[in-house]
Design a protein around this ligand. Structure first.
Ligand SMILES: O=C(O)CCC(=O)C(=O)O
Ligand SMILES: [Fe+2]
Length: 352
């Protein structure tokens, strides 16, 4: 018998799965997950009597004024009566939970290919390339869903019967809702209804299911460190555990999970296109000691070659362009190189 040919490349080490750490029953948090004191969960809490997170009924006759207010004051809001069947939201959460509850041997068959880079689709545990960053207490599964030539359901789990159908249907519904919201957002600034959709070009949509296992020291860790999303708009659903916080006037506001609602989060490219009239929302995810938490974020992003700049109709002599033009792919690359570190990467594009 011939000796087996040795592999040409040594395999990259597998990332530490947070779920395995959690199940190992440790009582102390490994140092790589300990946040510096200023970034820990207890800092800057809003008083219970503080502002309450907006909820907008999309079936009302004209939601535009409410959207304008929520976008300028919060950069994020809940939508209800949004037209996506509640049964589909439930199924999406359910296939997500089934994936993370499956045996590790099954899950790792769909691991991210780390040689592709940090934005590879599949089962992952850390996104950032830098190795000196504090790690998030999170595992995830990222799906590439749009444009259609990026959508390859064979890269998604095959061991949960309806997984691929549910993600496909969910992707289509989220595209439809994102377009409708971008149209309302454009009109709320007196731009043509299709302004943002046209400016974004061929949409890139990714769906990331995040799973936050119970954490031995939720006071020291974050499920996901503070960041703003990079693209145009994010649509997020979560289970009833809670943990998503948005930053409002320098204070963290914990969202009460609202069944059947969808969280709308404005992202950095929308801030640029609106010339800062609407800010991207800084948000983060907390973890807790007892319960695992699941969320599903659907990102609606420009194509990588698209140039993004403040909408010309919004620029006047009194209201000059506040942001430099940026090629979206360049912006994304700088994020993966550096990470959010609690800051907004978009601030680097501000015209002084
Ligand atoms: O899990 C959450 O609630 C937040 C997820 C999120 O912000 C993201 O994936 O960008
Ligand atoms: Fe996010």
């Amino acid at each position: 018998m011939e000796a087996a040919t040795p592999p040409l490349h040594l395999p990259l080490p597998l990332p530490q799965r947070v779920q395995i750490l959690s199940q190992s029953g440790l009582s102390n948090l490994p140092s790589s997950y300990i946040q510096p004191p200023s970034l820990r969960p207890h800092s800057h809490y809003v008083a219970p009597s503080g502002p309450s997170f907006p909820t907008i009924d999309l079936s009302s006759s004209d939601p535009t004024p409410q959207v304008r207010r929520a976008c300028s004051e919060w950069g994020a809001f809940h939508v209800i009566n949004h037209g996506v069947p509640p049964s589909l939201l439930k199924e999406m959460r359910s296939v997500g939970v089934k994936f993370f509850e499956s045996p590790m041997e099954q899950k790792t068959r769909f691991s991210c290919d780390l040689t592709v880079g940090p934005a590879a689709q599949g089962y992952g545990s850390r996104m950032l390339a830098r190795d000196d960053t504090v790690l998030d207490w999170r595992d995830y599964f990222d799906h590439h869903t749009l444009p259609l030539d990026r959508r390859h359901p064979t890269k998604w789990p095959d061991f949960i019967s309806n997984y691929r159908e549910v993600v496909t249907q969910y992707s289509n519904e989220m595209e439809r809702l994102a377009k409708r919201l971008l149209s309302i957002i454009s009109q709320s600034l007196n731009l043509p209804p299709s302004y943002i959709e046209d400016a974004v070009g061929d949409v890139y949509q990714n769906i990331t299911v995040s799973f936050y296992p119970p954490c031995p020291r939720p006071d020291l860790a974050l499920g996901l460190q503070a960041h703003s999303d990079m693209g145009a708009i994010t649509l997020l659903i979560q289970d009833d555990v809670g943990g998503l916080e948005v930053l409002k006037d320098d204070q963290w506001v914990l969202l009460q999970p609202l069944e059947d609602a969808i969280v709308v989060i404005l992202a950095d490219m929308t801030e640029i296109m609106t010339n800062g009239a609407y800010k991207s929302s800084v948000h983060r995810a907390l973890v807790n000691a007892n319960k695992a938490r699941l969320s599903v974020a659907t990102f609606y992003d420009p194509s990588k070659v698209r140039k993004i700049y403040p909408a010309p109709p919004l620029i006047t002599a009194e209201n000059r362009a506040k942001y430099k033009e940026v090629v979206y792919g360049d912006f994304v690359n700088s994020w993966y190189g550096q990470g959010p570190e609690g800051k907004r990467n978009i601030d680097a594009l501000l015209i002084q």
